[in-house]
Ligand binder design. Structure first.
Ligand code: AMP
Length: 208
């Protein structure tokens, strides 16, 4: 089974993806996490990505598709859960050309709620685990539950970047739901404006 999870920034798709992957024994592949790891390494590519990502823009399709091709080769034979990919119609068409997508989970959250949530969002720079000081706080304030590293706020969680990410989401990512509908792929529409456990229950019920 190969699944795609789509949602605006701050919809909790990363958190849900971790749970789905564990429950359904899928490999969780997040393009955002992959790019953040590249940025943390301070490589030339990472520095180029940072310029785009911190402004709230999208990484060029060819580069993203290259990363995806490598991941698909690496995890050949295993079910995959794509988190944050595809984000454009060109990416969706590329994925369709190399793999069968069995379902799309679309998590919806209003723009207002996105802005509210992102201002309380933190992550661990070492293991990428995501936290929210309101809905998913760490056991010890400011420290990762897994490795104790000091939590950080993402560069792209600044208000101007968030506005740009919402613009990109509505203009380029939302329309791919229609692309999948046309391709006959099942869309599971889930409200992301409920407690994390309830969102996950709805996803499990939808996937069966
Ligand atoms: P995410 O963690 O999924 O919100 O991704 C963080 C940032 O990485 C996004 O705001 C984009 O700048 C970039 N990014 C992640 N996935 C993609 C993708 N599929 N296409 C283009 N840019 C991406």
């Amino acid at each position: 089974m190969n699944l795609v999870i789509i949602g605006p920034p701050g919809s909790g798709k990363g958190t849900q993806a971790e749970r789905i992957a564990e429950h359904y024994q899928l490999k969780h592949f997040s393009t955002g996490d992959t790019f953040r790891a590249a940025m943390a390494s301070n490589s030339e590519l990472g520095n180029q990505l940072k310029i785009i990502i911190d402004k709230g823009g999208l990484v060029p399709d060819e580069l993203v598709n290259e990363v995806i091709k490598d991941a698909i080769e690496k995890y050949e034979g295993e079910g995959l859960l794509f988190d944050g990919y595809p984000r454009t119609q060109a990416q969706a068409a590329f994925l369709q050309s190399i793999l069968t997508v069995d379902g799309v989970i679309s998590v919806s959250v209003s723009d207002e709620e996105v802005v509210k949530r992102i201002s309380s969002r933190y992550f661990c720079p070492q293991c990428s685990k995501a936290y929210n000081t309101v809905t998913l706080p760490p056991k010890q304030a400011g420290k990762c539950d897994v490795d104790g590293a000091r939590l950080q706020q993402r560069g792209d969680d600044k208000p101007e970047a968030v506005q740009q990410r919402l613009v990109e989401y509505h203009a380029k990512t939302e329309p791919i739901i229609r692309f999948y509908e046309k391709a006959g792929v099942k869309i599971h529409s889930i409200s992301g404006e409920q407690p994390i456990d309830d969102v996950f229950e709805d996803i499990k019920q939808a996937l069966g």
